[in-house]
Design a protein around this ligand. Sequence first.
Ligand code: GLU
Length: 308
Amino acid sequence: MPNLQAIVDEIYARLRPRLGEGKVADYIPQLAHVDPKTFGMAVVTVDGAVHTAGDFDVPFSIQSISKVFTLTLALGKHGETTWNRVGREPSGTAFNSIVQLEQEEGKPRNPFINAGAIAVSDLVLAGHTPREAIGEIVRFVRYLADDESIAIDPAVAKSEEATGYRNFALANFMRSFGKLDHPVEHVLGVYFHHCALAMTCTQLARSGLFLAAGGRIPGTGHTVVSRQRARRINALMLTCGHYDGSGDFAYHVGLPGKSGVGGGILAVAPGRASVAVWSPGLNHNGNSLIGSLALEMLANRTGWSVFE
Ligand code: GLU
């Protein structure tokens, strides 16, 4: 096993002079308040060791990374019929694009673009009130991370609700094609709230560990999903987890990953570790610029890759 703490320390030291590069997302007003120079990293290995650097203990808005957890829940509830509502192909378009949705009659390309995640929120909502569905999602990530302190930042949810015109457009569009079962306001209520989950790098890396450990939480031995399902979620993260930058991320990092516009990325090294990085400046595809570099450095130094 490589000396992970030394590697993480070195990555932080090397990237420190570059903190502040990229553009902090400001289309959700509440996200614009974050210090652009923050950087956090946590590597949690399948045998339980935790290696951290920088602001690893500062909660940030995980945004689209939450889509991994809602997809897991939807698959648990609906199994393979989930795929009647959302596809499994990379989109090749921006995270909030509406063009493709019209051409494909309201069935989003994959569960990680906004439209796809809104469809998944609709599935998680089945049989629940919005409040119950949001509660279920929060309880799920607390269970995964074994941390009861994880919570939603209500100011972020409110901020997005007040300005999420595009997401309203996407949801209304899907509803017009008969592709949502619940009222748009309810579905988006669930969507905005799970995007507003605030987590530290350590909490996030712990939450993703089941994907690195064949669907089980190594600490407790609980099975979250089958090994096959964990592999498949990883496959979707690899092909669709970085929007129109997914190919680039696979090329440079070579690990399944999911990014969020809050500047976080969750990456999975199957059989080895779950990694969370956070740095708010984004590249032109809306993925953390420094976070992507940190993961590339980690993959290079550890040799971790799904392609060998
Ligand atoms: N809540 C954000 C939105 O819907 C998520 C986008 C992201 O993290 O990529 O715009």
